[in-house]
Design a protein around this ligand. Structure first.
Ligand code: KIV
Ligand code: ZN
Length: 561
C-alpha cells in the first residue's frame, strides 16, 4: 500500500476578506531591506561561517548597500557574540548602517544581547517568540494568554535594558514567530501587547516583523494576513511592518512581493536565499524583480559574479546554474528559435530605448555579464546560434544560405557527440568545412586585366600538401570571379558555376580585412567556401578555391597546364 496519502494533510484555512485591496496595488519603490545572511542564513549552514567568512559576507552586504544587517544571535552563540564585538570595537560599521541582533524573549538572553551590542552607534534588538497553535499546544504547552505574557515580558525587558546604554540609538523589533500559521486575530493581539509596552511613535517607530517561518499556503493567503494585520494593528503610523518569508513551497519571493503590495514596508531575507530548509526569501531575486520593472532596488547588484562567488564561498553551497537572475545559464539560449529571436532583437535594440529583447528580461550587461554567454550551441540550436557566435566571436556575418549549411555541420557534430559545442569548436568546424586548409590549392598571386566588357585573370596557385607545386592558370569572364572560375575549369577539367556569393569587410582603416563567401556548383554538386583575406577579390577567389579543395581532395588535383 502506498504511503503517499494526501488525506494525511489538511488545507490551510483562507481568510474571508471582502475588502481585499492588495491585488490591485503595484510596487512602486523598494522596501527597506534587512539582510539576515549572518543570522538566519548562518544558522542553516552545515558548517556555520568562520570569522573570515563572516567578515567577507559582512563586507559584501555593506558594499551592496544594505542599511540594516542582522549580524547574529549573540546570546546563543559565542562566535556571533565575538563577531558583534569585532564589528563594534574595530569600527567596521559605516555610520549609515544599523546592526540588528536576534534574541529570544528571555531575560538572561536579552541581557547578553545588550552586552554584545554595547558601544554601537545604533542597533536594533530583535526579540521573538512563537505564536502558532501547534507551537502553543505541542512545544510550549501554553494557552494564548501565556504566549502574550512571554511577548509582553520580553518587550519590557528589551525596553528596560536599553536604558542602561543611553549612548546607543536603540530600535526594537518584535517577531511573532510562525505568524503565517497563527490565527490573524491572535497575531494582532500579541503585537498590540508589545506596542503597549514599547509605545512607539511616528518619530521612533518599532518594527513588527511577520514571519512565514514555514511557508504553508499560497502567497495570496499571506498577503491577506498582512493586509489584515496592517488594517487592524494599533498605532500603524508608529510601526514598520516587516516581512520574513521562507521558501518551503518555493514562493518565498512571491509571498514577500504580494505582502508588500498588501502594505508591508520592510523585507528581511538573504542573498540568493540561503536559509533554513528550502531557504529564506531571496533578496537578490526580489530586488532584481523590482529592477526589471524600472524600480530602483536601492541595492547595487551590478557585480553578479562577485555576489555568487562570495555567497558560495561563505555558505559553501554552489549556486544553481539556473538561479534567478544570477545563475550561470540564465542569460543563455540553447534553443534555435530563442537564439534567432535574441539575435534579431539585440541587433535592433537601441541604447537609449527601453529594453525590449525577447527571452532576455533584462540586459545581462547590467549584472556585469556579457553577451558571450547569451547564446550557446547544442543539438537543440539552430542556425541563429551558430551565426551569432561566428559574428560575435569571429567577425563573420554569414549570409543566410551559408548559415543553414554551417548550422548543419555544427548540429551534426553536436548530435554525434551529445555535448554542447564551444565557440572554439564551432570555429574549428567552420574552418575545416568551408575554409582551405594548408593542403589544398592556395592563391599566391593574381593579376587582372580589365577591358571594357570583360576581365582576364592570370593567377598563380600553390599547393603545400604532399606534393608542393606552383602553377599559373589563365581565364576570362565578365568579372574577376567568372574569369577565375573559367581558369579553374580549364586547368582542372571541371564545370564550375557560382550559385551565391557575398562579402564584407572586417574592421576598418589599415587593420581592415575582407571575408568572401561563395556557393558554387562543381560538376553538378554544391559546395560552400569562406575565406578571410587582405582584400575583397582575394577573399572571394580563395573562397572559390576552398570549394574546389572540398570537391577535389588535394592528392587528386590534376592540373592541366
Ligand atoms: O523564520 C523565522 O520565523 C525567524 C524569526 C526568528 C524571525 O527566523
Ligand atoms: Zn527565519
Amino acid at each position: 500500500m502506498s504511503q503517499f496519502t494526501h488525506t494525511k494533510y489538511k488545507p490551510f484555512p483562507v481568510i474571508n476578506k471582502p475588502d481585499r485591496r492588495w491585488p490591485s496595488q503595484q510596487i512602486t519603490k523598494a522596501p527597506l531591506w534587512c539582510a539576515v545572511d549572518l543570522r538566519d542564513g548562518n544558522q542553516a549552514l552545515i558548517e556555520p561561517m568562520n570569522v573570515a567568512q563572516k567578515q567577507k559576507m559582512w563586507a559584501l552586504l555593506v558594499k551592496l548597500g544594505f542599511k540594516q544587517i542582522e549580524i547574529g544571535f549573540p546570546s546563543a552563540s559565542q562566535p556571533d557574540f565575538d563577531f558583534c564585538r569585532w564589528l563594534i570595537e574595530e569600527n567596521q560599521i559605516p555610520d549609515d548602517v544599523t546592526i540588528q541582533a536576534l534574541t529570544q524573549a528571555r531575560g538572561e538572553l536579552i541581557e547578553r544581547t545588550y552586552e554584545a551590542l554595547e558601544g554601537a552607534k545604533q542597533a536594533i534588538v530583535h526579540v521573538y517568540n512563537s505564536t502558532s497553535p501547534v507551537q502553543r499546544k505541542k512545544v510550549f504547552q501554553l494557552d494564548k494568554a501565556g504566549i502574550v505574557d512571554i511577548a509582553r515580558n520580553g518587550a519590557q525587558l528589551v525596553l528596560d535594558h536599553s536604558k542602561k546604554y543611553p549612548d546607543t540609538q536603540w530600535s526594537f523589533e518584535y517577531s511573532p514567530e510562525s505568524f503565517s500559521s497563527t490565527e490573524i486575530d491572535f497575531s494582532i493581539e500579541v503585537c498590540n501587547a508589545v506596542i503597549d509596552v514599547w509605545q512607539p511613535t511616528p518619530d521612533h517607530k518599532a518594527i513588527f516583523n511577520l514571519p512565514a517561518t514555514v511557508e504553508c499556503a499560497t502567497p495570496n493567503v499571506f498577503a491577506d494576513q498582512v493586509e489584515t494585520f496592517c488594517d487592524n494593528i494599533n498605532s500603524r503610523d508608529s510601526i514598520i511592518v516587516s516581512l520574513h518569508t521562507h521558501n518551503d513551497r518555493g514562493c518565498g519571493v512571491a509571498a514577500a512581493e504580494l505582502a508588500v503590495m498588501a502594505g508591508a514596508d520592510r523585507v528581511e531575507g538573504t542573498l540568493m536565499g540561503n536559509g533554513e530548509r528550502t531557504g529564506n526569501m531571496d533578496i537578490v531575486t526580489m530586488a532584481m524583480n523590482l529592477y526589471s520593472q524600472g524600480i530602483d532596488p536601492e541595492l547595487d547588484l551590478s557585480n553578479a559574479d562577485e555576489i555568487v562567488r562570495v555567497v558560495s564561498e561563505c555558505t559553501q553551497i554552489a549556486a544553481h546554474p539556473r538561479h534567478p537572475w544570477l545563475g550561470e545559464l540564465v542569460y543563455t539560449a540553447f534553443s534555435g528559435s530563442h537564439q534567432d529571436a535574441i539575435r534579431k532583437c539585440l541587433a535592433q535594440q537601441k541604447g537609449d530605448e527601453p529594453w525590449d529583447v525577447a527571452y532576455l528580461p533584462i540586459d545581462p550587461k547590467d549584472l556585469g555579464r556579457d553577451y558571450q554567454s547569451v547564446i550557446r550551441v547544442n543539438s537543440q540550436s539552430g542556425k541563429g546560434g551558430v551565426a551569432y557566435i561566428l559574428e560575435n566571436d569571429y567577425g563573420l556575418q554569414l549570409p543566410r544560405w551559408l548559415q543553414i549549411e554551417a548550422s548543419r555541420k555544427v548540429q551534426a557534430h553536436a548530435e554525434q557527440e551529445s555535448i554542447e559545442v564551444s565557440p572554439e569548436k564551432i570555429w574549428d568546424i567552420i574552418q575545416k568545412s568551408f575554409m582551405s586548409g594548408k593542403d589544398g590549392q592556395q592563391l599566391s598571386a593574381y593579376h587582372l586585366d580589365r577591358n571594357s566588357d570583360h576581365e582576364a585573370i592570370r593567377a598563380t596557385l600553390t599547393t603545400k600538401g604532399n606534393k608542393e607545386s606552383e602553377v599559373t592558370i589563365n581565364g576570362q569572364g565578365d568579372g574577376a570571379l567568372s574569369a577565375f572560375c573559367h581558369a579553374l575549369e580549364s586547368a582542372f577539367g571541371i564545370s564550375l558555376e557560382i550559385v551565391n556569393y557575398d562579402q564584407h569587410a572586417i574592421g576598418s582603416g589599415t587593420d581592415a580585412s575582407a571575408v568572401g563567401y561563395v556557393q558554387v556548383k562543381i560538376n553538378g554538386n554544391r559546395y560552400c567556401g569562406i575565406s578571410k583575406d587582405r582584400d575583397i577579390i582575394s577573399a572571394n577567389l580563395n573562397a572559390i578555391l576552398a570549394c574546389l579543395n572540398q570537391a577535389i581532395p588535394s592528392q587528386e588535383q590534376d592540373i592541366a597546364v
